[in-house]
Design a protein around this ligand. Sequence first.
Ligand SMILES: *Cc1c(COP(=O)(O)O)cnc(C)c1O
Length: 347
Amino acid sequence: MPPTVDLRSDTVTQPTAGMRAAMLAAPLGDDVFREDPSVNALQDNIARLLGFESALFMSSGTQSNLCGILAHCQRGDEYLTGQMAHCYRWEAGGAAVLGSVQPQPLNHQADGSLSLDDIDAAIKPDDAHYARSRLLTLENTLGGKVLPFEYVQQATALAHSRGLARHLDGARLFNAAVAQAAPNGQTPWQQARRIAQCFDSVSVCFSKGLGAPVGSALCGSREFIARAHRLRKMVGGGMRQSGMLAAAASYALAHNVDRLATDHVLMRRLALGLKNIDGVEFEMPQTNILFVDLTGAARERGAALIEHLREQGILVTGLYRLRFVTHLDVDEAGIDRAISAMRSFFS
Ligand SMILES: *Cc1c(COP(=O)(O)O)cnc(C)c1O
């Protein structure tokens, strides 16, 4: 049996030999005393690379978004966000439950953006009826879609002009930056920094396409990160010799940013291979994620399809809408097997 091709998520990657060696070699200390040199080096590095004063290593993207939102907002404030935003829909309502911060979700446009008119209309006047509009959050990439850079500039400028802070859930910021770099005449790091600089705070994940086992970073001003530091402690995120994890993240930043382009090429290959199958519809992927809708009679066959793929060693998630994600541990041969398995099911 050939190896399993796990296309469920870019979180399933195994640390490479080089990453494991970096983890083993990492100098360690107690990070609650702020004495872990590997954590400090990662935080300094990611803050500098994205153009912020300060950064904080977080155990997860969920923790990073939560501490970010709570560091911007007080009890009774609200954050404008997207209906499909991870920090609204997929984080167990943490900002509301733990912070008494109300989400104001807005519908997405087809390209994943929130319209400027909707943002403008959702910002509440200072009136006793309303929660205080305090923050706009955007997500980039969102479901694999890259927000147009001009849009990011406009939406964040609008929020700023209305007195709102701006937070980016950049779990896959580097996928966006890699996809947008060349058309903008930038390197991926330059583009990542340009996107990040539109915001007051940015959360990035190391455990997605970058291939680290654990961890995210929250970036912002020194004062903002000081508030987030207390909140991280409050939610149990004060870690000790976490330098082994930070070393994996530093390794990922040094080795795995540019190679995200490979994931995007493989995803395009998969999409092209699935073209013109009756019962299958999708938009061409922009980065490393593809959503495939089952239509017509195929809609009732989702469970059977997933089982058929599993028997061929191909793992995906979904039911009526399948999700395929490429990452470090997927190669061309695996993608071609996924295409064949899909085609054999529908033939
Ligand atoms: C995965 C993800 C998160 C949360 O990261 P975890 O480490 O799984 O908590 C946040 N935002 C987006 C867009 C994500 O894809």
